[in-house]
Design a protein around this ligand. Structure first.
Ligand code: A5A
Ligand code: ZN
Length: 477
């Protein structure tokens, strides 16, 4: 796809590593001539496909997929006051059709509430029509003014999964929020990406929401990346869009809503958290190629080795693995380097001596080598890949635990937030948060923290000493 490149910068130089790996592992091409807009290489897109297949599988259990228009008429977009305030500086407008000025300017969706809810208002008549749980995976546009970065902060978000649900009561919508939070937990569990779930402070919630629960991942440089949000919309939008239903007593009631979203930031987290100095490391479930077979050719045994590699590939393909044999005319070392960069979980080497002994040499992406018996190669491969997945998860969790530090003084908070996430006690008052933010230089990310890595017990607010629950602060993307 592109020219040779130099060696990958070490991962401790994260920013350089990140930019380079997107290129060397052929994930995104950043040369598209519009700021904040990038192109998926086929390999990156295959990773996206595998990742979103998991998301779809989880959603399809009790949601339906749909597709709404990209263009939103100005009069719909401008209905919900809070929503407008939150997004007006980020909206791209289509004002012309050819040379003709449009009567009604059209917004490129920054998110689809104002496209979907006018239609929901037509669709919902009675309580029997509820709940509605739909999602779509689309591109959305946000004129971001903060530093743009591939997969992390885009002006065209290409892989925006947004779900929009409608319920009879506020409590029912709250249940849906909890279901969505648990769905997102399962999703990141499948990606082997540790996350922290927390409630965003009032001033940081989604424009138009009653409250927002966010999912954050910790990047290798210690900054957190918000990789998903779930919003309880209350009846704010249903009042604006006249989304009512007739209850069993025949009375018209406003519906209650939720929405929740995940973008390709999930892939930024996946790549960054698992990758190493040699390239990508991908969970077997997502890896476009799960197994690469490298034939070790020796003079005189060429056909022998080729046949054995073909047979091995057939066996593994029939067992359901995504497998490829690298027959290129390159030295084995060059092939190892290439497939390691692309994060292939398992490499199998087969040469004349292995054929004679009825074995295959296996090496995981972590460099662990074993010899496996040719006649039980499928069972052994299943085992190796599962062990590898567990190892990925453990390594990522160990790293997250190092990055999360419980603190009890402002100085400790400042130091910890330089390296990762500081867990402190905060009473919930905005004035206390302002003092924390001023003294540490980082923002209060969330409270009501839920994480396997964080002790949830009560303490005293770091600022005012009142009873308080844990909150997290960190530098953010
Ligand atoms: N309608 C709801 C779901 C919504 O739009 N929520 S949101 O604004 O919080 O966006 C959902 C998620 O998309 C965010 O949590 C974040 O992970 C991701 N996201 C937001 N802006 C982004 C951008 N410019 N580039 C990449 N991802 C973005
Ligand atoms: Zn306080």
């Amino acid at each position: 796809m592109h020219d040779e490149s130099g060696p990958l910068p070490p991962k401790c130089d994260f920013s350089a590593w990140y930019n380079d790996i997107l290129w060397q592992a052929e994930i995104m091409d950043v040369r598209y001539p519009v700021k904040g807009i990038y192109v998926w290489y086929p390999h990156g897109f295959a990773i996206r496909k595998g990742t979103y297949a998991i998301l779809r599988e989880l959603l399809d259990r009790d949601h339906e997929e749909t597709l709404f228009p990209l263009l939103i008429p100005e009069h719909e977009f401008m209905k919900e006051a809070e929503h407008i305030k939150g997004f007006e500086e980020e909206v791209y407008w289509v004002t012309h059709g050819g040379l003709t000025k449009l009567d009604v300017p059209l917004a490129l969706r920054p998110t689809s509430e104002t496209a979907i809810y006018p239609m929901y208002s037509l669709w919902v008549r009675s309580h029997a029509d509820l709940p509605i749980k739909l999602y779509q995976i689309v591109n959305t546009f946000r004129y971001e003014t903060k530093h743009t970065r591939p997969l992390i902060r885009l002006r065209e978000i290409t892989s925006f999964k947004e779900a929009h649900t409608v319920h009879t009561t506020w409590d029912e919508a709250e249940h849906q929020v909890e279901d969505a939070v648990s769905l997102y937990s399962k999703f990141y569990e499948r990606l082997c990406v540790p996350v922290i779930i927390s409630r965003r402070p009032e001033w940081d919630k989604f424009p138009g929401a009653d409250y927002t629960i966010a999912t954050d991942a910790i990047m290798p440089d210690g900054k957190t990346l918000q990789v998903g949000t779930v919003h309880h919309l209350g009846d704010n939008f249903s009042k604006t869009f006249d989304l009512t239903y007739e209850d069993p007593e025949g009375i018209q009631q406003f519906a209650h809503q939720t929405c929740y979203g995940i973008s390709e930031r999930c892939i930024a987290a996946l790549i960054s958290i698992h990758g190493d100095d040699r390239g990508l490391v991908l969970p077997p479930e997502i890896a476009p190629t799960q197994i690469v077979i490298v034939p070790i050719i020796k003079k005189g045994r060429e056909t022998d080795v080729q046949n054995a590699a073909d047979e091995l590939e057939d066996t593994l393909r029939c067992a359901g693995f995504r497998v490829t044999t690298d027959t290129r005319n390159l030295r084995p070392g060059a092939k190892y380097y290439y497939w390691e960069m692309r994060g292939v979980p398992l490499r199998l080497e087969i040469g004349p001596r292995d054929i004679d002994n009825g074995v295959v040499m296996a090496a995981t992406r972590f460099g662990e080598k074993t010899q496996i018996s040719r006649n039980i190669v499928v069972e052994e491969t299943i085992d190796l890949l599962e062990t590898f997945r567990l190892e990925m998860k453990q390594r990522a969790e160990a790293r997250a635990m190092e990055q999360i530090v419980q603190v009890s003084t402002m100085q400790e908070a400042k130091d910890a937030a330089d390296m990762g996430v500081a867990v402190l006690h905060w009473c919930g008052d905005e004035t206390c948060a302002e003092i924390i933010e001023k003294e540490t230089g980082v923002s209060v990310l969330g409270y009501e923290v839920r994480s396997a890595y964080i002790d949830e017990k009560e303490g005293r607010c770091l600022v005012c000493g009142k009873k308080a629950r844990p909150a997290i602060i960190s530098r953010t993307y």
